[in-house]
Write a protein that binds this ligand. Structure first.
Ligand code: SF4
Length: 444
């Protein structure tokens, strides 16, 4: 196959999605077209996640499968990028001799040159770290409404369960001027919303050393004409200052939605996790946020079954869930990861117990959402219409200025399609709900 066709599958977080969009742009400039299946591709890339072992297990499955395909089509190139590539480096090439490329989290923008080198070298691992050049790398974005905009890379914390400091390196904030230029470009392309990305986005600016901080960046982004909504993820409880909360409260196009993982309700376990705040410190953040923005939606991550988590510790997480009443929660069972601080702690909570704790926290969250969503029936929200609903294409879905997922019929009473509303803000009256979705219709 002489035609250059790339298939990329992205796992894990939105930072990986943004990196995949950048690599597709670099490849498009090198003559590649994008295809939807590995069957049609001359280059297959997996952008990987190492946060949990089962995420890496999926990649191992994909690679095992491609072994046979590569025998039939030896000219096809296979590459691994992202956190698993950075973590395992050239070892992956030894484990999978049919793998051509391993490209680390600071090297993927050089993909076309690396592929060219494959003409002279059988396998390549490019995993050098720390020299990611901050400039306006292009991106090929599929979405059309929301553009992911990385504003920093890496993380300076060392939470003991987390691989990110190993796989993405030290925190590095991008130049605000380059961020602004990226955003102006996506607005010109017709995007209505940006989501600013960073592992600890509220720490933005520290590495620039010129007084820039995330509150100032938000003000700068908010001043860009044509943007309807500004979102951002993820925040660390320790870095959310009063200045930042005041800024979010003040700026009307900044979403009132904070993804600030609590991880656990027990101060004892938080200390073992290296989170650098206590239960009381987290609750203080919640109070500071809600005193300024009573309707702010708080999203958390929770890890159950961290080493040494007793039932009493776990009950503190249960009580935190009841006390805070989060708008959403991602709940995970602890999974030991090589190279992390907790790797040497005995993984001593039995799997059955982890599953039970995970299910209970999820049930608490869904119960809360169900009650809360019921209380929203009869209310009106302004939503940004994002496109056809993934679960039912007869509906359009959008999100509120918080993060409420609200769906409306795709056709109006006269049977006319409403797709022209995609990318617009409309007022929606809520008339029904489940524990995951709110249903409504446009308010005339
Ligand atoms: S703050 Fe902790 S959990 Fe988040 S990326 Fe950094 S080390 Fe990982």
């Amino acid at each position: 196959m002489s035609e250059k066709r790339v298939y990329i599958e992205t796992f894990g977080c939105q930072m990986n999605l943004a990196d995949s969009e950048m690599v597709l742009d670099a490849l498009a400039k090198d003559g590649y077209s994008v295809c939807d299946s590995s069957k049609d591709a001359s280059l297959v890339l997996y952008n990987t996640c190492s946060v949990r072992d089962n995420a890496e297990g999926k990649i191992r499955g994909r690679l095992d499968h491609l072994k046979g395909v590569k025998k039939e089509r030896p000219e096809m190139k296979i590459g691994i990028m992202g956190c698993m590539a950075q973590r395992e480096k050239a070892e992956l090439l030894k484990k999978y001799p049919h793998l051509d490329l391993v490209v680390g989290t600071d090297q993927f923008v050089h993909m076309p040159a690396l592929i060219e080198q494959l003409e002279e070298q059988k396998q390549i691992a490019a995993t050098e770290f720390g020299d990611f050049e901050d400039r306006n790398w292009g991106s090929i974005r599929k979405d059309g409404i929301n553009a992911w905009i990385p504003v920093m890379r890496g993380c300076n914390y060392n939470c003991t369960y987390c691989v990110v400091p190993n796989t993405r390196g030290k925190e590095k904030s991008r130049d605000p001027q380059l961020i602004e230029e990226d955003i102006r470009r996506v607005v010109d392309q017709g995007f209505s919303q940006v989501t600013l990305l960073g592992q600890t986005i509220d720490a933005y600016g520290k590495t620039l050393g010129d007084g820039t901080n995330f509150a100032k960046l938000l003000r700068r982004v908010h001043a860009i004409d044509g943007l309807k909504r500004i979102r951002f993820i993820t925040s660390h409880p320790k870095d959310i200052t009063d200045e930042l909360l005041d800024t979010i409260a003040e700026l009307p196009r900044v979403c009132k939605h904070l993804h600030v993982p609590a991880q656990c309700g027990s101060s004892r376990i938080l200390r073992l996790m290296g989170r650098r705040y206590t239960r009381e410190g987290y609750l203080d953040f919640v109070e500071r946020a809600r005193s300024r923005m009573p309707d702010v939606e708080l999203l958390t991550d929770i890890i159950v079954g961290f080493p040494r988590e007793t039932d009493a510790d776990y009950q503190e997480t249960v009580s935190l869930m009841h006390e805070v009443k989060f708008a959403g929660a991602y709940v995970f069972m602890y999974s030991p990861r090589p190279g992390t601080g907790a790797w040497n702690l005995e993984d001593d909570v039995p799997m059955e117990e982890k599953k039970a704790r995970c299910n209970e926290i999820l049930a608490i969250q869904l119960e809360h959402q169900e009650q809360w969503y019921k209380s929203l029936r009869g209310k009106t929200f302004e939503i940004l219409v994002e496109g056809p609903s993934k679960s039912n294409p007869e509906r359009l879905s959008g999100r509120s200025i918080g993060n409420l997922n609200i769906v409306i019929p795709r056709t109006d009473a006269a049977g006319n399609k409403r797709d022209h509303l995609i990318g617009d803000l409309v007022n929606v009256h809520i008339n029904d709900s489940t524990n995951l979705t709110l249903f409504g219709d446009i308010e005339e």
